[in-house]
Design a binder for this molecule. Sequence first.
Ligand SMILES: [Zn+2]
Length: 375
Amino acid sequence: MLRDSINTDRLINNFLELINIDSMSFQEQGIGEVLAGKLIGLGFSVSIQSYGDSFNLVGYKKGKATGAMPLMLSSHMDTVESTGGIRVIRENGVIKTDGKTVLGADDKSGIVEILETLRVIEDMGLSVGDIEVLFTSAEERGLHGAKNFDYSLLQSKHALVLDSSGSVGRVVVSAPTHDAYTMRISGRSAHAGIEPEKGINAITAAAKIISELPDGRIDPVTTANIGTIWGGSATNVVPREVVIEGEMRSHTLETIERLKESMFEMAIKLARKHQVKIHIEDKRHYVGFKIADDDPFVRLIDVALHKSGTFPEHLVYGGGSDANVFNERGIKALVLSTGMQQPHTTEEHIYINDLTSGALAILETIVAFRDFRVG
Ligand SMILES: [Zn+2]
């Protein structure tokens, strides 16, 4: 039984070791060195791919199985904020902090589940295909590591990304395209008490524009949000400038394009009507992906999850991850839950049982993937 080969104590020790290393985005040097050492200890050849602000860690190990396709396993090394001074509490089968810092299970639970799986494969001498490991950096600040990675270093066309929360068994099969925009609205300043007629109030114009823009849930798979507003300088000055920042997400690319176009057209029309200038900039943070529920790779993962004793649940998720970039670059990547709970909060915690189940789910998937053929 593969389940019996998972060593929970080893998993916990590795987890505690990693969460005690502070690794904010762009400051992954310390954890990177430890992980490189661990991968080398597992028989992997390791390379570091540097980019402007940080680096990605790539591991490769040839498998015993001939004719099997390579599989990539990925997690990110950075945490959403500092875990400096972390105090870990372990009680009733749960690992959490004293509530003063995040735990960093996002995404170190993913890393240790991968490492445990690789240890078992090595110790049991399991026949599996080639495995590539990609530990990315600065995921939390906008997928920087994944975006700056040199994909020619990889052979895999399939990947498991261990970076989702909730019960083990959850599989993210769809994530949205995410765009953001800035609208700079310029009127004309004037003394508000002496000659207000000479001014054009950017705040009132912005209010009229904003009130016409779609916001909130647009359709079941599309959202929009006006997130920040800045403007004005003093009560006695007709305000000259307002800056609005917003975003939109959709699981349908055409919808986001259409929404953006209609919003920007509307804003430009209203700006003209209210005699203000408007300058709009938009930026694509990441492209969405959607993998069919009956896709062979998804089905393989479903079977492996069942085998590992968890119930697969397909999720259409509202946020992005490195998997968005991998899919865009031609690697079919699904995001699996590691069992982490309430990430990005000081309530973040993980059940020890879920660390074990998470590792087993990966292990069963790797073993099943040995016989996977497409095309
Ligand atoms: Zn994460």
